[in-house]
Design a protein. Sequence first.
Length: 197
Amino acid sequence: MSAPPINLAVLVSGSGTTLQNFIDTIAAGELDARIALVIASKPGILAIDRAKKAGLPIVVSEPANVFDHCTAAKVDLVCLAGWLQLLKIPRQYVNRVLNIHPALLPDFGGRGMYGMRVHEAVLKSGQKITGCTVHFVDDEYDHGPILLQRVCPVLEGDTPATLAHRVFEEERIAYPEAIRRFQSQINSAEGLRVQAT
């Protein structure tokens, strides 16, 4: 008997491109998951429109109440998808909260390092390689055990926007793959393994 789909809560603060990636990947049959709840940090954001269009349940929540909503929705895994507020992870959710960061942590992470700021910092540094990192969330910004990383080149003439686009193409692959790894781990006795691709 196959395992049931994994129940996800997706936390959003902006346009919802990562949420849309989840919606599309699930619809294509490439991720055995169900989005049980979308939690927005504020009203009026594009991510809410995307969730409504997909018929997903939505709540706008303060950080302090996020995990109460997750528990009520019987969520297996919490996925930060552009969520910009620091969360305090309750004990029962340790190693059950994932985030994706648009750089190769531990570089270019921490408070205030999100969105185009990350890509601007990568370009300013002169790095020739960047990518994305999926990691378990702890009580610090962009910290916690790394589950998966994917890399891409920084090209001559890149702008923050062109680099962001290339990194997001890797994010579209990395985040569903990280969820699949989490799912296989909870359905077997094997532990999760970190892997850079």
